[in-house]
Design a protein around this ligand. Structure first.
Ligand code: G16
Length: 543
């Protein structure tokens, strides 16, 4: 078999963002674009020869073509074994699970997560390291640096591999193994949760809907919920992964998972509703006529963790991203465990999980996970909730309201302004940075600014420092407004405004978040000039 060296020249736009390299499909389809980035990953790694690489994606448009190229390049690079999900499919948490279980050197995940797919939709590539988690910044920086000087890439001259048939093929010095994408993951879930108890719950006639949004978690949910947990056959909706997600936007929030939201807010709704995203790492949790914010979800899971077999021994600590509400902090305080505040991006949880400092992690962006893998995990969160429901036999709303009574409610919302002009976004953020020293002490409608800063984080394990991670403005009553630009969008800029207010009074906790946060929403606009600078008078998405 021949290994060919193909000459190439760099692309200037291959800097990974919050979660890998995300671009539109036509960008990835440019000659050598994908190959350059893969070569930059391989060239940056040390000591991988003869070792195992896991490859899989969320099945979006261009997944199969990209996998064939990556297999040929991995063979040329000298990996010993490639574990590839059947049909080219593996959810992001399953990649993490497979890397850890098979002691792989690393893995390549093909996904643009919750971004739409299809010929003009988005595609993405992420490299995960041997702990199963996203490569840390020092690795992604090195990949980018190499991509700016790449001159050639080696590729094996072989035919395409049959991705659909389980089994192994020898290509040069590399064994290519097509694996069942669900088996290892499902086995891990059985170890963490009480499947007997959940089966008992379904046996009582308990109804749930899981919206896979025509994305990767369809087959996982079918196997675990319907087959192993005996949930009713109509539990999984939109369960077949499609290259364009059926034309939808596979983002499990109140706007894009509207089909599920309508069911849960309709007549005679199921008791429990959940959805996950393109690559299966995000989750949204709903009760009948009730939405659980991701921040509250993390706090509730943490407060109830010892009811679930995998966490019976208690939690070492909780970690949340900075813009996530401070609800989990209150649980940590009461449990007497540590709570960490990290920048946005799951990669920042890896060190804390590896060091045993944190057990549960979560983000406001519909991400929740634990030390069972090193990615956030959509179906894991759903099973965690199911296990709680099976133990407590109360409604989702009762469990959350009961939590608020015990801990107080952090009323929370995120406002996204999508696809705004890049320059205006920079002007807005620069304007905020200029005000950081003058804001403390300023009064806004009875709210006094207690502090304002641009969040920076020193990793407690490796001491690496990440600066400029978002503007925080905190008020004397504990309320908070956070501004940051998304690192995952592919068109223009996305401004995210995170709003939070603490409500300890039980009688006032059951109010609508937008109404409860109306003052802070107006203050955010006054301080940042959102309407003036973006030309928008409303957010694109409110969660
Ligand atoms: C990724 C990251 C998350 C992050 C989210 C939103 O999630 O893994 O840690 O919270 O993006 O990031 P941003 O606010 O920068 O757009 P996913 O599900 O897209 O991989």
């Amino acid at each position: 078999m021949n290994i060919k060296n193909v000459a190439t020249t760099p692309f200037t736009d291959q800097k990974p963002g919050t979660s890998g390299l995300r671009k539109s499909v036509p960008v990835f389809q440019q000659t050598n674009y994908l190959e350059n980035f893969i070569q930059s990953i391989f060239a940056t790694l040390e000591g991988y020869k003869g070792k195992t690489l896991v490859i899989g994606g969320d099945g979006r448009y261009y997944n199969r073509e990209a996998i064939q190229t990556i297999i040929k390049m991995a063979v040329a690079a000298g990996f010993g074994r490639l574990l590839v999900g059947q049909g080219g499919l593996l959810s992001t948490p399953a990649v993490s699970c497979v890397i850890r279980k098979h002691h792989a050197f690393g893995g390549i995940v093909l996904s643009a997560s919750h971004n739409p797919g299809g010929p003009t939709g988005d595609f993405g590539i992420k490299y995960n390291i041997g702990n199963g988690g996203p490569a840390p910044e020092k690795v992604t920086d090195a990949i980018y640096e190499y991509s700016q000087t790449v001159t050639y890439y080696p590729i094996a001259e072989v035919g395409d591999v049959d991705l659909d048939t389980l089994g192994t093929t020898q290509l040069h010095d590399t064994v290519v193994e097509i694996i069942d994408p669900v088996a290892d993951y499902a086995e891990l879930m059985e170890q963490l949760f009480d499947f007997d108890q959940i089966r008992d719950l379904f046996a009582t006639g308990f109804r749930m809907r899981f919206d896979a949004m025509h994305a990767i978690n369809g087959p996982y949910a079918q196997e675990i919920l319907v087959k192993r947990l005996a949930a009713p056959a109509d539990t999984v909706m939109n369960g077949t992964p499609l290259p364009d997600f059926g034309g939808g936007h596979p983002d499990p929030n109140l706007t894009y998972a509207h089909e599920l939201v309508e069911v849960m807010n309709g007549d005679n709704p199921p008791s429990f509703g959940a959805a996950s995203d393109g690559d299966g790492d995000r989750n949204m949790v709903l009760g009948s006529h009730f939405f659980v914010t991701p921040s509250d979800s993390l706090a509730v899971l943490a407060a109830n963790a010892t009811l679930v077999p995998g966490y019976r021994g208690g939690l070492a600590g909780i970690a949340r991203s900075m813009p996530t509400s401070q609800a989990p902090d209150r649980v940590a305080e009461q449990l007497g465990i540590k709570c960490f505040e990290t920048p946005t991006g799951w990669k920042f949880f890896g060190n804390l999980l590896d060091a045993g400092e944190a057990t549960l992690c979560g983000e406001e962006s519909f991400g929740t996970g634990s030390n069972h893998v090193r990615e956030k995990d959509g179906l894991w969160a759903v099973l965690f909730w199911l296990n709680l429901l099976a133990v407590r036999r109360e409604s989702v709303a009762t469990i959350v309201r009961d939590h608020w009574q015990k801990f107080g409610r952090n009323i929370y919302s995120r406002h996204d302004y999508d696809e705004i002009d890049n320059d205006s976004a920079q002007v807005l953020m620069a304007g905020l940075r200029e005000q950081l020293t003058s804001l403390p002490g300023a009064q806004f409608d009875g709210y006094r600014v207690a502090y304002s800063d641009d969040f920076s984080y020193k990793d407690p394990i490796d001491s690496s420092v990440s600066t400029a991670q978002g503007i925080r403005i905190g008020f004397n009553d504990g309320s908070r407004i956070v501004f940051r630009l998304s690192g995952t969008g592919t068109k223009g800029a996305t401004l995210r405004v995170y709003l939070e207010r603490f409500e300890p009074d039980e009688k006032k906790q059951d109010q609508d978040a937008q109404q409860a946060l109306a003052d802070l929403i107006a203050i955010a606009d006054r301080i940042a000039g959102i309407r003036r600078l973006t030309g928008r008078d409303q957010p694109t998405v409110i969660t």
